[in-house]
Ligand binder design. Structure first.
Ligand code: 5GP
Length: 198
């Protein structure tokens, strides 16, 4: 008789590609364990720094959705959450900095302590636009918590209070980040396979 499978108990190796995404992925950039550890650290920092003034987390859809939900669960304060969706007028891979708000916030920001939760900062133009947009709504403060920052790519002066990881300037997918809407549901963050290796 085959051994019964206990759902949820399979150990998934971190470093080998999940079989279903094998064709698309290159090297692992950040493992799921490293993500979990760093998100916990960021949660502890935010818990300490916002004690007595629980922030409103503003997640930027869709890329920050996984990060936002994990981060929210390790902050030990009565935070609130809201989401925005933006579309950049740039090409698919390069942001122009001109941003269209596709979904606006539902809550009033007046006198709120806002933490913008972003997946990845590349040129920084999207975030610079969002910061200006949010500041205009008279919050008590606006800080940024970005999971990833691409090294040496920023074209706008940005103050990033919380950063998960600095990564080389390469296109990555997983943990919310997509290519053509796919691979958001990978547990870790990966480079795409080099065209030359395919
Ligand atoms: P920025 O305005 O900073 O140049 O671009 C920020 C946005 O571009 C991110 O929120 C994300 O949607 C997208 N982006 C930038 N780099 C990457 C990447 O390496 N992978 C993916 N999937 N999206 C990226």
């Amino acid at each position: 008789m085959p051994t019964p499978k206990l759902s949820g108990t399979e150990v998934e190796p971190n470093i080998s590609h999940p079989q279903w995404a094998h064709e698309a992925l290159g090297d692992l950039v950040i493992s799921k364990d490293a993500l979990r550890e760093r998100v916990e650290e960021l949660g502890e920092l935010i818990t300490t720094e916002y004690r007595g003034r629980p922030p409103l987390l503003v997640g930027v859809l869709k890329g920050a959705s996984f990060f936002m939900s994990d981060l929210a669960r390790v902050i030990k304060l009565p935070i609130e959450m809201d989401f925005m969706a933006v579309a950049s007028y740039g090409s698919a891979t390069r942001s122009s900095g001109v941003v269209r708000i596709v979904k606006d916030l539902d809550v009033d920001l007046t006198e709120r302590h806002v933490v913008v939760v972003e997946d990845i900062v590349d040129s920084g133009l999207t975030l610079a636009y969002l910061q200006r947009y949010l500041q205009a709504r008279k919050p008590a403060s606006v800080e940024v918590c970005a999971l990833l920052v691409k090294q040496g790519q920023q074209r706008a002066p940005l103050e990033l209070k919380y950063v998960g990881f600095t990564i080389p300037a390469q296109f990555v997918v997983g943990y919310g980040l997509d290519v053509d809407e796919k691979y958001r549901n990978l547990n870790g963050i990966w480079c795409l396979k080099n065209k030359a290796d395919q």
